[in-house]
Ligand binder design. Structure first.
Ligand SMILES: Cc1ncc(COP(=O)(O)O)c(C=O)c1O
Length: 393
């Protein structure tokens, strides 16, 4: 496959002219394609009113589903389009029987919503084991293997940890879960798009992910993959009319779930968000996840090298093959440093103890250098201010 013309793709994102934007793990950039798609939605709304549902909007829902299925190697009928990952988790967990197996295994590096979701079920008897990380970067597979047992209903794990960028071996996790008769759910919000995944090869049961980061589709749309063989046995108790086989019969007494993963959808989708999301997915599919991974890995290694040369001790995976596009830089006062950088129009974000930097295909090594230079200055100034505040100077 020929290498994509990265300069041309960069031109799709006019916002990149205004700042050094290294924060895709928080929010991907807006493309011209997404902007044009949302404008199309507005035109349809104005021109057709409610008829737009039938002329265009329901088709848009299915096209978005199709585009996502293609990206992750799923069949179209294994994908539900959801408003966010938290609702996808709710739909799935509402379908599981925790009476016989009441244990969920997750870890402290997962995005909190994953753990919070199951902790909230404690009053219903669900017990959530949150595994610790030995280094703040990863959790070894052995720890999962030890924690999952015959009581376990679900192993819920991230493929890419949102602070360290560590790329977890999800096929191995699925194998661990299945060995004990448990199911495996992957939160792939920080992975889909930037690192290829084939849900069939990975052997996972569920995959949840959202559109606003590495899928450059903006907020309001998330995706849920459910392995086909499981669908008929799962009956969500969080439900709504979009999940019904005869949605337009308007019969409140007849409740028959759709046969496909659409049964996990509940109410009216945010249509403007669908337009932005599909346009983002089209770009990701056009470039191809393999190309995206190569480019992002290159930019990350470039960034890590520049920072390490300057003496920063990064909180990243030791093996570059396990490092996805997030680089955590431990600094004092990360929020202050992030603000100081933003004043110079260098956009990153922060999490406890670290500044998080996440170059994507549309970034350049020159932007990495601009960030590294400005970081040095912000850290130096921060130290000076700290000493002044402490009366040292
Ligand atoms: C790994 C991961 N999961 C989930 C979420 C958010 O979930 P939700 O769509 O429910 O807001 C994020 C957001 O930052 C995330 O990084």
């Amino acid at each position: 496959m020929p290498e994509p013309d990265w300069d041309r793709w960069r031109g799709e994102f006019p916002g990149l002219r205004k700042s050094v934007y290294l924060n895709t793990c928080s929010l991907g950039q807006l493309s011209r394609r997404s902007r044009a798609a949302v404008r199309r939605f507005l035109d349809q709304w104005q021109a057709h009113g409610a008829a737009a549902w039938y002329s265009d909007w329901l088709k848009e829902l299915d096209q978005t589903r199709r585009e996502f299925a293609r990206l992750v190697g799923a069949a179209v009928d294994e994908v539900a389009v959801m408003p966010n990952v938290s609702s996808a988790l709710a739909a799935i967990s509402s379908s599981l029987d925790f009476a016989a197996h009441n244990r969920v295994v997750a870890c402290e590096l997962d995005f909190p919503t994953l753990c919070h979701h199951f902790l909230a079920k404690e009053p219903l008897g669900v017990s959530t084991a949150i595994l610790s990380s030995p280094d703040g970067v990863h959790v070894p597979l052995e720890a999962f293997a030890e924690a999952v047992d015959e009581r376990t209903a679900l192993l819920a794990a991230s493929r890419v940890y949102y602070t360290s960028g560590y790329l977890q071996d999800v096929a191995a996790l699925a194998e661990i879960a299945h060995r004990h008769g448990a199911l495996c759910l992957i939160d792939d919000y920080q992975g889909t798009g930037q690192v290829p995944i084939d849900v069939k090869q990975a052997g996972v049961d569920f995959l949840v992910t959202g559109g606003l980061k590495w899928l450059i589709g903006g907020p309001g749309v998330a995706f849920l993959y459910v392995r086909r063989e499981l669908i008929p046995s799962l009956r969500p108790t969080v439900a709504g009319w979009f999940g019904q086989r005869c949605q337009f019969d308007f019969d409140p007494r007849n409740m028959e779930f759709r046969d496909d993963a659409g049964r996990f959808e509940a109410g009216t989708p945010a249509v403007a968000a669908l337009y932005a999301a599909r346009a983002g997915l089209e770009i990701i599919n056009a470039i191809g996840p393999a190309n995206l991974r190569l480019r992002t890995a290159l930019l990350n290694q470039d960034l890590a090298g520049r920072l390490q040369e300057r003496g920063y001790r990064l909180r990243i995976p030791a093996d570059p093959g396990r490092h996805a596009g997030i680089t955590a830089v431990p600094v004092e006062n990360p929020a202050g440093v992030t603000r100081a950088l933003a004043q110079r129009r260098i956009i990153v974000d922060n999490r406890p103890g670290v500044v998080r930097v996440s170059p994507y295909f549309y970034n350049t090594p020159e932007e990495n250098e601009a960030f590294a230079l400005a970081l040095d200055e912000a850290v130096r100034r921060g130290r000076g201010a700290g000493r002044r505040a402490a009366g040292v100077l």
